[in-house]
Design a protein around this ligand. Sequence first.
Ligand code: CIR
Length: 267
Amino acid sequence: MSYQRRYALVRPLPRSFSFALQQSPAPIDVDRAHVQHERYTEVLRSLVGQLIVVPADERYPDSCFIEDTAILVESTAVIARIGADSRRGESSAVYSVLHKLQQIEPSLRLHRLTEPATLDGGDVLQMGGKIFVGLSKRTNKEAVAQLEALFPGRVVALPVAAGLHLKSVLSALDDATLLVADQPAAHEMAAPILAALPGASAIHVPDAAAANVVRVGDAVLIQDGFPASETILMDAARVRSLTVHKLDMSELIKADGALTCCSLLLA
Ligand code: CIR
């Protein structure tokens, strides 16, 4: 399968990012976070057909984590109801941008999850034609039911036993390769995914943050600053002839952000 993406949506980091939600409070250097996010944006711009920038919004400190606002499955966009109250309003600007995109992409269909569903895009992993949904503090069973109605036979729900989101500890390098943090809870989460995908296998990395990568075309974005995981990821990339882009996202990690969370990718 092709991992090419025609569009990527990103949302610039607001100055209010210093008030982003954090599982473990740590002071954030917003200037540095801004530089890290800009670099991420520029790398992505070089890899996709068109980069769409959703306007920043100071009212939402976490809004750079645009992945949580929607899930894009082929030509269908499902607008999420984000689990955290303080973030719920983030989805409307993304809806507006996608609605506008329909003018040039008429095949793009838009749906909205409705109350009482809550879902963060970070809890959704698409791999091998399946849609894995992590049941977490942010994502509930009602969201799973609404997704099942939209994508019959493709949705697999599983509990999030570690990390904020499903993809806080795992991600897809390709349709047959799951990257998984080498910790018991992450192994537990990976098991139903691998069971649902015959022929798929896991690559384990010691650092949870490094288990989250973004695959675009023949390139992969990985976290800088995790040397033990990097050796494993570089090897996996070399075997698959992938170009590696290393990104330092240390300030975004303080707000529990991973690489996938800073973009929405449309095939
Ligand atoms: C939050 O707690 O919602 C944000 N501080 C982090 C969201 C990260 N999103 C993601 O991994 N998809």
